[in-house]
Design a protein around this ligand. Structure first.
Ligand SMILES: [Ca+2]
Ligand SMILES: [Ca+2]
Length: 197
C-alpha cells in the first residue's frame, strides 16, 4: 500500500500464469548450459546479433511482455560495443542478469503469493545494495506500478530492477570522485534520465 491510499478490494492474479512465468525455461537456473542453442534460436535472422525485436519475441514467449523500448534498455545495459544489439557475450550477461533478478524475486516472495508487496520489493532492492529514501522508493514504484496495486509481479519487478541498475550506472559515471552526490545542469539531467528508461 502506498502512503495516503485507502484500502480497496483486492483482485488476485491467478497463480497459474505467474507460476508459468517463474518457470520460464529461458530463466531457469542451469539454463546457461543451453545458451549457445538459445542464442541461435533467438537470432532468427542469423545475423549473429540479437536485435531488440528478437529479444522482445523471446521474452514474450517466456511470459515477460515488455515493450520494444524496455527491451532496448535491457540490451543497452550490457551493450559494451554500443551498437544497440547483443552479441553472444552480451546476451550471456543479459541472461545472467535476468536469472539473478528472477531469483531475487522468488527469494523475496517468501509467502509464495506470486507477487511482491511493496515491503518485499523494498527488502529485495535494499539487499541488492540500493539505498533509497521512502519518498523516492514509492515514487519509483509508482512509475512501474501505474495502477497502484501495490503488487509487483515478476515482469514489474525485473523492470524496476533494470531501472535501478541503469540509474546506478549513470550516477556512478557522473560521480567520478565517488562523493555520493552529483550536480547536473538541465542538458546532463536529460542525458541521465534518457539512459534509465
Ligand atoms: Ca539477429
Ligand atoms: Ca552490442
Amino acid at each position: 500500500m502506498y502512503p495516503g491510499m485507502q484500502p480497496q478490494a483486492v483482485v488476485y492474479q491467478t497463480q497459474s500464469s505467474l507460476t508459468s512465468t517463474a518457470n520460464a525455461p529461458f530463466l531457469q537456473p542451469g539454463s546457461e548450459r543451453f545458451l549457445p542453442q538459445w542464442f541461435q534460436s533467438v537470432d532468427q535472422d542469423r545475423t549473429g546479433q540479437i536485435s531488440v525485436k528478437e529479444l522482445q519475441r523471446t521474452l514474450n514467449q517466456n511470459g515477460l511482455n515488455y515493450s520494444l523500448k524496455f527491451c532496448a534498455s535491457l540490451i543497452r545495459m550490457n551493450d559494451k560495443s554500443n551498437n544497440g544489439v547483443a552479441d553472444y557475450q552480451e546476451f550471456c550477461e543479459l541472461h545472467r542478469f535476468l536469472v539473478t533478478a528472477q531469483q531475487m524475486f522468488l527469494h523475496a516472495d517468501s509467502d509464495r503469493s506470486g507477487y511482491l508487496s511493496l515491503p518485499q520489493v523494498h527488502h529485495a532492492i535494499t539487499s541488492a545494495g540500493f539505498q533509497l529514501d521512502e519518498t523516492s522508493f514509492y515514487a519509483a514504484c509508482q512509475s512501474f506500478d501505474v495502477e497502484r496495486s501495490g503488487k509487483f509481479t515478476l515482469d514489474y519487478f525485473i523492470a524496476f530492477y533494470v531501472f535501478l541498475t541503469n540509474a546506478r550506472s549513470i550516477f556512478t559515471a557522473f560521480d567520478s570522485n565517488q562523493s555520493g552526490s552529483i550536480t547536473l545542469d538541465f542538458s546532463r539531467f536529460v542525458y541521465a534520465t534518457a539512459g534509465t528508461s
